[in-house]
Every structure is written in C-alpha cells, then in structure tokens.
Design a protein around this ligand. Structure first.
Ligand SMILES: NC(=O)c1ccc[n+]([C@@H]2O[C@H](COP(=O)([O-])OP(=O)(O)OC[C@H]3O[C@@H](n4cnc5c(N)ncnc54)[C@H](OP(=O)(O)O)[C@@H]3O)[C@@H](O)[C@H]2O)c1
Length: 340
C-alpha cells in the first residue's frame, strides 16, 4: 500500500508518497481500505515543526478516514467486513490502508460520499465539543466563530444554526458570500478591518455569549474582550504561528509570550468563562467521543449536517493540498484520495 510520509520538518518538498507493507488488524482492530482521508491544519503545523502532538518524523499524519472494512481482528464482530465506515485514526490515516480500533469506527451515512464522510470527524467533533459540550450554547444566544470559512468554522456554523443561536463569523472577504448562503447572520472581514469594534457595533456594545478562537496568542485576549456577561471563550488552536522555517518558530514564541492569563477573581466578577479544547487529547475517552459522534451522525441523517468538501487532492498532489490550506484558499474541508 502507499502512504503519505512527512519525511522531515520543512516545506512541501518533505512530503513523499511511499510504498509500505499492508497492515494486519490486531484483535480489537479493523483494517480499512481508505477511500478518502481528511487533511487538517495540524498536518500543516506538523510539517512546519510547530505541532507538539506530532509523531516523530518520518511520520504518516491523518486523523480521519472513510473507506471500506477489508479485514477484522479476532475480537471484532465479523459482520463489519465489507461495510462502508468513517473512522478516527491516531495518525496514519493518510494511507491506502489503515488499522484502527473498532471503537473508533462508525458506519458511513449512506447519503454522504466517501469524501464528505472523511470531512466529519475532526471538524464536527471539534465544533460539537466547543459549542455543545463545553461552550453550552443555547437558543437565542450569540456566537462568534473565528475563521468561519474553515473546516471547523463551517461545522460550527451548522451546529450553531441548529441550536438557534445568532451567528457572527470572521473570514476573508471572498468567503462571505458562501457563508451567508450557508446561513451566517453576520460576516466580518477581519483581514481588512478591526473585527472587535465591528462586532461591538453589531451587538450594540454588548458582545457575544460564546467565542471560539483557533488563532491564539494575543488574539485570545481580544476575543475575551468580546464576551458579554456569562460569556465563554473557547480556545483551540494557534494558527497565528503557522509559517515555514525560523519564522514559524518566532511566531510561536511570540504567541506564547502574548498568551493572556485569566485571573479567577476577574472571571468571577465579570461572569465569564474560559476553556481550552484539544480533541487529540481525547483518545482515552472513546465512550464520550462516541456519544458526540452519534449525535453528529444523527444530524447527517436529519440533513442539518452537510459537510462541505472544497477539494479532493490525490495522494500524489499532497504538496499542492498543503499549500492550498496554507494560502487560506479552502472553504470547508480538503481531503486526500489515494488515486492511481
Ligand atoms: N484543538 C483542537 O482539537 C482542534 C481541532 C481541529 C482544528 N483545530 C485548529 O483550528 C484551526 C482551524 O482548523 P480548520 O481545520 O478549520 O482549518 P482550515 O479549514 O484550514 O481553515 C483555517 C482558516 O483559518 C484562517 N486562518 C487564520 N490564520 C491563518 C493562518 N496563519 N494560515 C492559514 N489560515 C489561517 C483562514 O481563513 P480566512 O481566509 O478566513 O482567514 C483559513 O482558511 C487550526 O488552528 C487548527 O489547528 C484545533
């Protein structure tokens, strides 16, 4: 089988497609023949040497796949063989075949293509944990979704709409039309105007009930300032640091230095909450994540969850796919397909 290997830290030329032996399932695993694998921002940060959770290089990234079960381990129900599934993979997903614990696999909703199904786990579980589980977003409340045009952003928009919240989103201007068509109430062009005064104006100076912020560093302080009373800030990424080489290291250092501290007394007197989320640190809680995933898949069946795949790149085009994300060209998800 072929895999996408990040051979070292560096530019896109460190990405190779390599032949490896086919995997065999352990007792509690299945082997999936991958039809589509999600590409995530974490894969870019890993290649840039800025992702602490990355396996040591050379490594095969990939947190999620869709495909068909080809082999089952001895402790797994054999009726899974031949089923179309979607699964969370603790790396290694960007392969033609992957072995994964059966508990991390779910039946693929029939109405989704393999590419759409591969867009579900990371984006929707992250958005669900941020909005529903930790952010406790309620009908009639308001949410500011930063980078609303990204994979997590679009997922958050669908969930917020279902909850019945008023939605504000920051995104590059060219993504606004699409976002408005997907139901975003207020799009803010944060790259050409200072989003905080615009948000304050839109909310009559009150701010919002929930902000989800993947940008990090000093930006978290600004997002905190956008909260109204009983508002919550969910922090879940440091995309501000994304850059190749020494620049990336410097940006990460700057983000670390500018990261705010939240004093309990200030939180108490302002009626605010702050929380962090790292989905990659939830592998020891499979039952919890499975409950979220089943809710999300129910949303697919009910047709209020409709993952949007911007583009599918073949494994051979993985460098192009990385560049596409780094250049912020994507609206929604980018997936990798094995191809010829
Ligand atoms: N903690 C977790 O569990 C978890 C899980 C998933 C993702 N994340 C994080 O969430 C963030 C978004 O993930 P995603 O999958 O939605 O990514 P994505 O689909 O690639 O979208 C990212 C969007 O963020 C904006 N952006 C802001 N700063 C950027 C930068 N320096 N370089 C490139 N794009 C930048 C761009 O939108 P505009 O064109 O609108 O600026 C871009 O399209 C990332 O930081 C990722 O690491 C965290």
């Amino acid at each position: 089988m072929r895999q996408i290997v990040t051979t070292a830290t560096g530019n896109i030329d460190v990405l190779n497609v390599e032949e490896k032996p086919d995997p065999t399932p352990a007792a509690d695993q299945v082997v999936i023949r991958v039809r589509a694998a999600g590409l995530n921002f974490a894969d870019i940060l890993s290649r840039q040497g800025l992702y602490p959770d990355s396996p040591p290089k050379p490594c095969v990234m990939g947190y999620e796949v869709s495909g068909v079960v080809e082999a089952v381990g001895k402790d797994v129900n054999s009726s899974f063989a031949g089923k179309s599934v979607v699964a969370m993979t603790r790396f290694g997903g960007q392969s033609e075949m992957v072995a994964v614990k059966a508990t991390q696999m779910f039946e693929k909703p029939e109405r989704l293509t393999f590419e759409e199904a591969a867009a579900i786990p990371v984006n929707y579980l992250t958005a669900y944990a941020l909005l529903v589980v930790m952010g406790s977003l309620h009908a009639g409340e308001s949410v500011l979704i930063h980078n609303a045009g990204g994979g997590v952003g679009l997922a958050a928009l669908e969930i917020a709409k279902k909850i019945g919240a008023v939605t504000y989103g920051t995104a590059s201007q060219r993504k606004h039309k699409f976002l408005t068509e997907r139901g975003l109430n207020h799009a803010i062009d944060y790259r050409n105007e200072d989003w905080l005064p615009v948000l304050q104006q839109l909310t009559n100076g009150r701010g919002v009930d929930l902000v989800i912020d993947p940008i990090g560093g000093a930006h978290w302080k600004k997002s905190y300032a956008a909260l109204r009373h009983t508002g919550r800030l969910g922090m879940f990424g440091v995309s501000t640091a994304s850059a190749n080489g020494f620049t990336g290291k410097l940006k990460m250092l700057k983000a670390a230095i500018q990261t705010p501290w939240f004093h309990p007394f200030r939180l108490l007197n302002k009626n605010r909450g702050v929380f962090g989320l790292n989905l990659g640190h939830m592998w020891h809680e499979p039952e919890k994540v499975a409950v979220w995933m089943r809710d999300i898949l129910r949303g697919v069946e009910e047709e209020w969850i409709n993952p949007h795949v911007d583009q599918a790149f073949s494994f051979a085009e993985v460098g192009k796919a990385h560049r596409y994300l780094e250049e912020r060209k994507n609206i929604g998800k980018v997936v990798l397909v094995p191809g010829a």
